[in-house]
Structures are given as C-alpha cells and as structure tokens.
Write a protein that binds this ligand. Structure first.
Ligand code: 9MR
Length: 673
C-alpha cells in the first residue's frame, strides 16, 4: 500500500475514534517521523515560525536577525528553542549573545510523566564588550516530553541573542511515535523511611507538579518511601516574592515586600494531609532571588538599597514567610534553611547582593531575625555545597561559630551533591567536625551521587551507596547527630542533573541498585549484580609518557594549553603547560582504569612557580598526591601514592602554584596492588 494511503486511512480512523468519543489513537501509531538533526533559531521569523519561542515573562523584539529580550520579570525568562523530537538523545546546544547580566546559562526544561524538570547545561560570562558564547551537551531522557532549551541569566537585565542552535550529537535515536514507558507501582518497594527509623528521617526533594499530577505514582512513592519533604523550588524567594504586587506599588511595599504561596501551597497541603514533615528551603540565598529586591524603590536601574532598608526587608520577609507557613500549616515545617550557600567557591564569603547591601554580617542577621520571629521549636539551618572540602569547612565554620554561640543556629545542612569517587571517611569527618565545633545537629539535605563512567555504572553506584550509608549509620551510632538524610529528587529523570543518573529510583519509579545499596547498608547483604553485568577488565598496565614520540594522552584542565617541546629532563622532549586563567588550569589525565587500586605516580617537573602539585580531582576536593618545591626552574623529581575507590571515575592533574608555565617529563602511573 502506498504511504499516502496508509496515512489517509490512519487519519480517517483517528477521526472516527475522536468523533465517537473514544481516545485518539495512541501517540505515535504513525511510526517515526522524519526529524531534522539540527534546529537553528531564525530570528528573522516570528515566534514558532522561526524555531524559537518566548520563555516566561518578558518581551522579545526581533531586530536585524537577533532577538532582543527586555522586561524580563524573572532570571529564567528569555528565548527558548523547543526540541520535543530529540528525547532519548544526547544533544549539543550553542548560543551567542550580548548582555549586561553577569552570566548567561543554557538550561533545559522538559516534562516527565506530568512533572517538570529543569537542568542547567552550561554557563558563560560575557567579555568586556558584553559578548558571550556558550556551548554545552546534555542527554534528554527517553521519557521526556516537550523538551526545550532556554537561555537564562543570573539577573533580570536585558540580553540580545544572535544565534541559538540545538543539534543531535552522535547517531540519532528517533523516538518520535514511540510511546513513553509505563510507570511501575511504587507501593511494592520496601520503605526507606521505615528501614531507617532508628537512625534518621529519610527525606526527598519534590517539585509541586507531583502534587497536581494526574499520575498518582509519584505521590505514592513519597508516602511509601519518605517521611520528610523539601520543596525543590517553591519556597525559594523567586517563588515566594510577589513581584506583580510589590512592583505595582513600590512605595507601599518599600520595607516589606509582598509575598504569596501560590507555588508552595499544593506541596504544603500534601504534607499536611499525609502527616509528612517539611524542610523549608530557603529564606536567604544569593540565587533564585530577584535583583529588584536589593534596589531603592525596587528599581534595578537605580541605586542599591541602604543597609538599613535591606535589614528591614530581610527581617520582614523572614518574619512573614515563617509565620505564614506556621499559621496556615501548623507544625508542618520543622526546619528552615535560613541561609543557603554564603561561602564562596574560592574562599571567604560569596560576593552577592546581600553582602553588598548589608555587609558580611547578613548571615548573622538572617539567623537573628529567624530566631526572633520563627515559631518555637522550628530548627534553623545553614546549608551549603562542597561542604566536605577542608578549606570550605574552615570558611563556613568561621562565620557560623559566632551565630551558634549566640544561640541562633540549630543545624548544619550538608547538601552533598557528590560522586562515587568521594572518600566517605573524609565526608563523615566533616559531619563530625560541624557537629562538634558548632554544637548543632546535621541534616544531609540534597544528596545525589553521580554514577561512575564504569562498565556497570548502576551497579557500581549501588555498591558506593551501601558504603556511604554504612559510614553514616556508623557515624550516627558513634554520636554524630545526623537527624535527616534527604535525596535531591524522586527519580533520575527528575533530577537537576539527570544525565548523571544520581538518585535512587529510575524514571518509571522502579528502584535502582542505588536504592538496594541504601537498603543493604541497613539490612546487610550485597547489591545484586544485574543480569547484564559486565565483568570489568582490570587494566593495570602502567601508564607512561616520555613525550619522545611527541604525543600525549591527557588533556587540558579548564583552559590551559599543552604542547610537546624540546628541553626535556635528560634532553629530548617534554610536555609544556601554559596559559589558562588560574593556577589550577593544568594537565589532566583520566586514571579510572586503576579504580580499586593504590596508584604510584612519579614524574619530573620544572617551573618558575614555587610549588608544583599532582592532585586528584574529586567533587571539589583536591587531595594532593605529590607536592614538589620548584621555583629554581630546574628539573625536580616528584612521587606519591593515592588510593582510588572501587568503581570510581577519577582524573588527576598537574598544576603550578602561580600562573607560570610548567614542564613535565618521564611520567609514570602504576598500580601498586
Ligand atoms: O533542583 C533545583 C533546580 O530545579 C533549580 O533549577 C535550581 C536553580 O538554582 O535549583 C536546584 O536546587 C538547588 C538547591 O536549591 C540549592 N543547592 C543546589 C541545588 C541544585 O542546583
């Protein structure tokens, strides 16, 4: 039969079904459609016609082949490129823009069984002229519908985008016409909360779409598995501040911004009805807080507000939010993340509008106000990421100690966005240190664990979960007051970093080996090897590079440049590392093949910098493998050992202590056991 005729009959049949009131033919009964493998926004054509749409509340004007985005009411509003036919594929997206915002980010939004998920793909900072070019890759889950890529900013200032493309990376997996999977019944899976009842609460972050979803499986997963819920975005200032009301009458709301709980109510209702307690997240944060809050008359084109005014706005905001929740949902919120992420990534306190307007004591003030106005018995937490890094621990402890001494701090929130390479002993040590030095309890608030890039990623992740939870159970037994562990999302596909598959349940609600690992930690037993388990080939062949054939296997860390040059140790060639923007822009080598072994690394290095290091790169922790005194610009020998966790993915890198180039030669990495 001719293709056209088949379509005609199918169309007529669909029409009959529709007319007779039955459901339409299942999606995709026509089979896969032809799909272009690159989508390029055409800013000479109108919305939809030019492969682009307006995203969120803003105005888009087309000018000379660009899209000028103005009147942006929230940091995520702007221009988007829909790519609904790319589900189940790895995609690459690129945008070029000019902006006055400090940074732009390419993000993805998709719907997954009626829930909405947002994933950050890649970000970029504009150069002096305001131009920025961003490129990133990401995987779209097979069950993700209506995916689109949008360009957001850290602020609500204008941007102009001149090019925006989304294309398929690798071979195209055409899932058009293929229905999404069916959800599994989550009530058949044993409860994590029940299993851990003797130790700590077992919580989960959830978007409010779960509560209004026609698929009740997600709600059942929460009520079966968890006894604490954190709204993923709905209690953040972005959601709670009522922009329309406040900005319509800035004089009236000058000291006390208007607020509303439209986004949070469904999740608060759900917790109240099901007797589940909630962690409130978050009152004071540099991110997801509109910049107008920090300006005189709430006008971002004017001056920043004074310290006095910002203290009033902060106090009133904290007072209103905590007390509205308590009055309307008594006892539901048992803990608040009062301040989130105040420590900077490169040491000290993060520069942000709160710090710029109020000063360094904004954190202490927030806790003072939360204690003064917060309902009795509600615990006050500080919450941060990379909190297990030694230097970040020092910074956080420095500003939290006076707050704890003043009696205004009850808990430390360890976000714990980690990967299966992180050393669990160091992690537990950090928890113990916060508890001991601050005299507070610990909540693990946003746990997700990037699956390793091994041959059995799900299984290896499960084995790591067992190790991680065994360690925290032991710590809890030994007196480290861990009172709640919250995983940051219900399923892998709903995670803010879905491509790394970091959670306990698959997208269809069935439990993963990661869930099994968590259960094995409490019940004993081992994570079962899956039917498709691949016996890993342990390749412990020593890795050597002497650069004599003028080649090298490693690559740049961030923006450094490597070149083989003459003048090696004992003559011949060596590797030169130059450029980059920071001392840690160095030479990086993947050593994952030695997972489960202790490696011995030896090398010759030369630099004008005082010190050169060989370091492991694990989730924002950088344990030294070898450190050598250079500076003389003479060749110096370095060596050291490092134990790589079973199943881990690991890179090590070489760096100099300042921006001076370094030269590397006769590198050897070998397994010791
Ligand atoms: O999971 C949240 C995601 O949906 C949002 O788009 C994102 C915006 O910043 O925030 C995510 O949650 C963050 C949390 O509030 C604070 N710690 C880091 C989390 C992951 O980014």
């Amino acid at each position: 039969m001719k293709k056209g005729l088949v379509k005609l009959i199918a169309g007529a049949l669909a029409g009959m079904f529709l007319l007779s009131g039955c459901d339409a033919l299942p999606k995709g009964s026509d089979g896969p459609r032809e799909v272009p493998q690159t989508i390029t926004a055409d800013f000479t054509k109108k919305e939809n016609k030019g492969n682009w749409v307006t995203y969120g509340d803003c105005k888009v004007t087309l000018k000379d082949g660009t899209a000028v985005v103005t009147e942006r009411k929230s940091s995520n509003s702007g221009v988007a490129v829909p790519c609904p036919d790319y589900r189940g594929n790895k995609i690459k997206t690129t945008a070029q823009a000019t902006t006055e915002n400090d940074s732009l980010t390419l993000s993805m939004r998709y719907e997954i069984f009626g829930n909405v998920t947002y994933v950050n793909i890649a970000g970029g900072q504009p150069d002096a002229s305001g131009a920025v070019s961003i490129t990133g890759t990401v995987e779209i889950p097979a069950n993700a519908e209506n995916a689109l890529i949008y360009l957001e900013a850290n602020d609500v200032r204008d941007y102009t985008v001149s090019s925006f493309t989304v294309s398929i990376e690798g071979e195209f997996n055409n899932l058009t016409g293929v229905p999404v999977e069916s959800l599994q019944d989550p009530t058949q899976t044993a409860s994590l909360a029940a299993a851990y009842a003797d130790y700590f609460k077992f919580g989960v972050a959830s978007p409010a779409t779960v509560m209004t979803n026609t698929n009740d499986g997600f709600r059942k997963l929460i009520t079966t598995q968890f006894n604490s819920v954190t709204p993923e975005n709905e209690l953040k200032p972005d959601s709670v501040l009522d922009a329309a009301t406040t900005l319509a009458d800035p004089a009236k709301y000058n000291e006390c911004p208007a607020i509303h709980f439209d986004a949070a109510k469904p999740i608060l209702d759900f917790c109240k009805e099901n007797g589940i307690q909630m962690r409130g997240h978050t009152l004071v944060w540099y991110s997801q807080t509109p910049s107008w809050l920090f300006y005189e008359n709430y006008d971002v084109n004017g001056n920043l507000a004074s310290r006095e005014l910002m203290l009033k706005r902060m106090e009133n905001y904290i007072d209103q939010v905590m007390n509205w929740c308590e009055e309307n949902y008594p006892g539901v919120i048992y803990a608040w993340d009062v301040v989130n992420e105040a420590a900077a990534d490169d040491g000290g306190m993060r520069d942000c509008y709160w710090k710029q307007t109020i000063g360094d004591d904004y954190v202490a003030k927030a806790f003072e106000f939360a204690r003064k106005h917060g309902p009795a018995g509600v615990q006050l937490f500080y919450n941060d990421y990379n909190e297990y890094q030694t230097s970040k621990q020092d910074d956080i402890l420095a500003f939290l100690k006076p707050i704890a001494e003043a009696g205004n701090l009850d808990g430390m929130g360890m976000q714990s966005h980690i990967s299966s390479g992180l050393n669990v002993d160091n992690y537990v040590e950090a928890a113990k240190r916060y508890a001991d030095e601050l005299g507070v309890v610990i909540h693990i608030t946003e746990l997700d664990v990037t699956a390793p890039k091994s041959v059995n990623p799900m299984y290896d992740q499960g084995v790591y979960m067992k190790k991680f939870f065994t360690a925290i159970i032991e710590a809890d037994k030994a007196g480290v007051p861990i009172e709640c562990v919250t995983v940051w999302g219900l399923t892998d596909d709903m995670s803010w970093k879905s491509a790394t598959k970091p959670l306990l349940f698959y997208g269809n609600l069935s439990p993963k080996p990661a869930y099994e690992g968590v259960m094995c930690a409490i019940n004993g037993g081992e994570v079962a090897k899956p039917a498709d388990y691949v016996e890993p080939v342990s390749d412990t062949t020593p890795f050597t590079e002497d650069y004599e054939d003028q080649s090298f296997i490693g690559g740049p860390r961030y923006s450094s440049v490597q070149k083989v040059v003459e003048g090696g140790h004992d003559s011949g060639f060596c590797l030169q590392n130059t450029e980059g923007y920071a001392e840690y822009d160095g030479y990086s080598i993947d050593v994952s093949q030695y997972a489960g072994h202790v490696i011995h690394v030896s090398f010759w290095i030369k630099s004008k910098a005082d010190v050169c290091k060989c370091t492991a790169d694990i989730d924002g922790t950088w344990p030294n493998i070898a450190e050598v005194q250079t500076g003389s610009d003479e060749w110096v020998f370095g060596e050291g050992d490092f134990e790589i966790e079973e199943g881990a993915t690991l890179t090590i890198y070489f760096e100099s202590s300042d921006m001076s180039p370094f030269f590397l030669d006769d590198l050897e990495i070998k397994a010791m056991n």
